[in-house]
Design a protein around this ligand. Structure first.
Ligand SMILES: Nc1ncnc2c1ncn2[C@@H]1O[C@H](COP(=O)(O)OP(=O)(O)OP(=O)(O)O)[C@@H](O)[C@H]1O
Ligand SMILES: [Mg+2]
Length: 212
């Protein structure tokens, strides 16, 4: 479902990512490893259709992402990719429920109250639906960001350092939720981390070398 060939990326002439080939099949779970600065976040942004690589191609479900016009690429991301960024980017002026509803609208979907209520309940957030992000604990906010990434039932779920600011218990729960929810919607999952606690839970690892 994801097919990468001869991918490279450079910022201001400095190459930070070079990846010959990588394929992720539907429903596979991958851990993306590598030291700080090795290009994990860069790769996730490229895969999400948010950052045009300097070279190479990214095919998502058979379509060359960067051959699409930008608007079409955005729509495709809205429909088929869910992303949990390291900084969660919840909209502070909106409640938890409104943040999720907005993610549905932005993907061109009608707001489906029942689906949103189900999702909140699965992630243990029903009681917090009306709360603003500033009033959430770190673990709750992380679950809201995950709920938002799942709203449109993505084929591909991406998470950047989902456990970085969590204690062991909450890190475990966050990884349980990510893998469990990816399974529930049948999504392929890519988790970028340098957290050794995550490594044992994934069979498939892609390790990026330290940038030179
Ligand atoms: N917008 C940017 N402009 C210039 N250089 C950048 C930009 N974004 C990232 N870089 C550089 O590219 C390299 C790869 O960064 P990236 O954030 O992808 O690494 P990472 O593996 O995610 O690191 P970390 O584990 O610290 O999150 C780093 O050297 C970083 O400084
Ligand atoms: Mg990063």
């Amino acid at each position: 479902m994801l097919e990468i060939t001869t991918l490279t990326h450079a910022y201001a002439g400095r190459t930070v990512l070079a990846l010959d080939a990588w394929q992720v099949a539907a429903g596979e779970h991958w851990l993306l490893l590598g030291p700080s600065g090795s290009g994990k976040s860069t790769l996730l942004h490229i895969v999400a259709g948010l950052l045009r690589p300097s070279g190479g191609s990214v095919r998502l479900a058979g379509t060359d992402l960067y051959a699409l016009p930008a608007g079409e690429r955005d729509r495709r991301r809205g429909r088929s990719v869910g992303i949990v960024f390291q900084r969660l980017h919840l909209l502070e002026a909106l409640s938890v429920l409104q943040n999720l509803a907005l993610a549905q609208s932005l993907a061109g979907q009608p707001v489906d109250r029942r689906h949103l209520a189900d999702l909140l309940s699965r992630l243990g957030l029903s009681e917090r639906a009306a709360a603003k992000p500033a009033a959430l604990s770190r673990g709750e906010a992380q679950r809201v960001a995950l709920a938002r990434a799942l709203v449109n039932r993505p084929q591909l779920l991406l998470a950047d350092e989902p456990t970085s600011s969590l204690d062991d218990d909450n890190a475990d729960r966050a990884l349980d939720l990510l893998t469990g929810e990816a399974k529930a919607v049948g999504a392929a999952l890519i988790v970028a981390t340098h957290d050794a606690r995550a490594a044992a839970r994934f069979v498939r690892h892609l390790t990026l070398p330290k940038a030179t």
